[in-house]
Design a protein around this ligand. Structure first.
Ligand code: PAF
Length: 281
């Protein structure tokens, strides 16, 4: 695996790959890699000839009160994981490389960024769209791969690609879970031992809500039940049942449903979702 730190060196290498007729997949990450990230690499390998993984902790998607300074960092383990999974290039740019002075990009996100996580993290998705847009400009991948845990992020990136008229296909992988159901996340490292024991209850609440939905319970009732079951020490941010394609209210024509939630457990923000097809459409 080549480790490349500058945009010039990356573009020179990728130019040579393209000259040989090779296609390129991008797996953008912020490091602190877990098994779910490595599954993104597996997916990328099935989608293109050359896999570029990037590790860049993007400052513009963190609010001042968030965890930018202590975001988990495991460079040696990350490199080993990426080599073992067969990534071809690890792009490790500095903040200066990604955001040189006066650099702006087309990252207007629109209404979807104000929903769900956007309510409590108002600048987050602008920052995500900005950095992803920048990576797309630099790498010009044929395909880019993202995880479905960050479902709202995935929809925003799909919209971005459409709006910017980019010829990039967006692939995704299902949520990678621990054996007790907890969705894998770099931030799970913040959980204390006792919080880690309680954390799977979050996914159980989502699964219970799905089963209540399927047995015909009214939406308000099933959401209230989920809210009750996620009592202290969970602090609920939101718990919603929505049309999975628009992230707005379910209508008679909604084919896919998402049950999506965010909570805080101690200092750790957890997000999770379940997407399923409606049986009665
Ligand atoms: O999902 C993430 O890890 C980040 O939001 C991303 C897409 C790498 C952008 O910084």
């Amino acid at each position: 695996m080549r480790i490349i730190e500058t945009i010039g060196a990356l573009q020179e290498h990728l130019g040579q790959c393209r000259d040989q007729g090779k296609t390129i997949a991008l797996v953008p990450t912020m490091g602190g890699l877990h098994a779910g990230h490595l599954q993104l690499v597996d997916k990328a390998k099935t989608s293109a000839d050359i896999v570029v993984a990037s590790i860049f902790v993007n400052p513009t998607q963190f609010a001042p009160n968030e965890d930018l300074d202590k975001y988990p960092h495991s460079p040696e383990a990350d490199k080993k994981g990426l080599v073992d999974r067969g990534a071809d290039v690890l792009f490790l740019p500095s903040v200066q490389q990604i955001y040189p002075e006066n650099q702006t990009s087309d990252y207007e996100v629109g209404e979807i960024a104000a929903l769900l996580c956007g309510k409590s993290r108002p600048i987050h998705f602008d920052g995500v769209a900005q950095v992803v847009s920048r990576f797309f400009d630099i790498v010009e991948p044929d395909v880019a791969v993202f995880g479905e845990k960050d479902y709202q992020q995935l929809q925003i990136i799909k919209q971005l690609v459409k709006r910017q008229n980019r010829n990039i296909s967006i692939a995704s992988i299902e949520i990678a879970r621990e054996s007790d159901g907890l969705a894998m996340s770099t931030r799970n490292k913040y959980l204390s031992t006792s919080e880690r024991m309680l954390a799977p209850h979050f996914n159980q609440a989502l699964r219970q809500a799905k089963s209540n939905y399927e047995s015909g319970m009214a939406l308000d009732d099933l959401i209230n039940k989920a809210r009750e079951s996620l009592g202290r020490p969970f602090e609920l941010d939101y718990f919603e049942v929505l049309d999975a394609n628009t992230l707005t209210q379910i209508t008679t024509s909604s084919a896919d449903v998402i049950i999506v939630s965010a909570v805080k457990l101690g200092i750790t923000r957890l997000i999770d979702n379940i997407v399923f097809r409606r049986s009665n459409v």
